[in-house]
Design a protein around this ligand. Structure first.
Ligand code: ZN
Length: 370
């Protein structure tokens, strides 16, 4: 009898354990299902590491921002921006307006109360570019903008089909090495107006936005449609920039976004080695350079004389702080999903003081001959 009771208890315990295991399995299956259904766009990991986290409220040295745009809508917003610039250590911001004509003039008026804090840059006017005598007309408009206060030209932009950024008229079909543009580039050199130019997109945007794409979320947003007729490839576009830089040694060029060569900075390095009139800004490429901090640190230290600070990401406090953290700190494995959109963690570049000083302002002063 006693044996039977013991046997029953053993069986009951076993059954209980089996039920428990199967309950846990059900729960695990549910969790697995949730994970399997999770989309990369919703992936927002929070770093688990207890390691140093640096909050940099103000840049270590005074800064010239070589890549910003005409964001404020009102005078009050301009005032607020100057306040933020004071707090963050931004001495001067270049407003790349892309524009000529009336729209350029109104930008000059908008920032006229802060002449020592903002520089307003104009575009090239491609109106009538298909007609004889266009180059002379465009040079005349460039000179007019210069007299109004334009300190440089930008942002020109070519993603394969020609100069698409210029307002009011884009220059589709015209690349920066087009002979018709040469008189404009030459005049920029004579007037000491640097040319800020965006060519191509980073390598991710030319790859299929599929499961093997390393920069998937941005690749999907900025993907270059390579089926378009007459579209120049990434390397062909870098080639147009090289032609213009080589053929106009007295004009200073600033290649925006590290010339969109973040996936292979040796391309930019080779251009730096050949052409002393070429610089590059780092605007809106913080997310692309921070996954490879040791390589980028070495690159920035080597070409410290040729790189300038830029933002291109609005004028908020937070935005400036994140750029300083990436350039100055040695922080590891942190995320800024909302700013950059990539799924990967970020790392500080821990640049040397000498390099920081150059990138933040010394190179800029040299370019602008301040
Ligand atoms: Zn820009």
């Amino acid at each position: 009898m006693k044996k039977k009771i013991i046997l029953n208890v053993v069986i009951a315990t076993l059954l209980q354990n089996i039920m428990l295991v199967s309950f846990c399995q059900d729960e695990n299956n549910l969790k697995l299902k949730e994970v399997n259904n999770l989309k990369l766009k919703d992936f927002r990991p929070v770093s688990i590491y207890k390691i140093p986290q640096t909050k940099i409220e103000k840049a270590k040295y005074p800064v010239m921002d070589f890549h910003s745009h005409d964001y404020p809508k009102t005078d009050a917003e301009v005032d607020q921006w100057v306040k933020t610039m004071d707090e963050k250590g931004i001495a001067r911001t270049m407003i790349l307006t892309y524009t000529t004509g009336a729209s350029f003039d109104s930008a000059i008026t908008k920032y006229s109360r802060y002449k020592d804090r903002f520089e307003v840059w104009c575009g090239f006017d491609y109106t009538g570019a298909d007609k004889q005598g266009w180059s002379q007309k465009a040079v005349a408009e460039l000179e007019r903008c210069y007299k109004k206060g334009a300190k440089g030209v930008g942002e020109l932009g070519d993603k394969g089909l020609g100069e698409l950024y210029s307002k009011p008229t884009p220059g589709y079909g015209i690349h920066i090495d087009d002979p018709r543009v040469k008189p404009l580039i030459k005049r920029c050199g004579e007037l000491h107006m640097p040319i800020s130019i965006h060519v191509a997109e980073d390598a991710w945007m030319y790859q299929k936005p599929d499961s093997s794409n390393d920069g998937l979320m941005n690749s999907a947003v900025w993907n270059v449609d390579q089926t378009k007729k007459n579209l120049l490839s990434h390397d062909e576009l870098i080639g147009t920039l090289e032609n213009a830089v080589r053929d106009n040694p007295k004009t200073t060029f600033i290649a925006c976004h590290l010339a969109n060569t973040c996936a292979d900075l040796s391309q930019l390095g080779k251009l730096f080695d050949k052409y002393p009139n070429l610089y590059a800004d780092i605007a809106a490429r913080y997310g692309e350079i921070s996954p490879i901090p040791r390589f980028v640190h070495a690159f920035f230290e080597k070409y410290a004389n040729r790189i300038v600070y830029g933002t291109d990401m609005g004028p908020t406090n937070k935005m400036y702080q994140v750029t300083f953290r990436i350039l100055e700190s040695a922080d590891e494995h942190f995320y800024e999903h909302d700013m950059f959109g990539y799924h990967w963690p970020l790392y500080g570049l821990a640049l040397s003081d000498e390099t920081l000083k150059k990138i933040y302002a010394e190179n800029g002063k040299k370019i602008m001959k301040h």
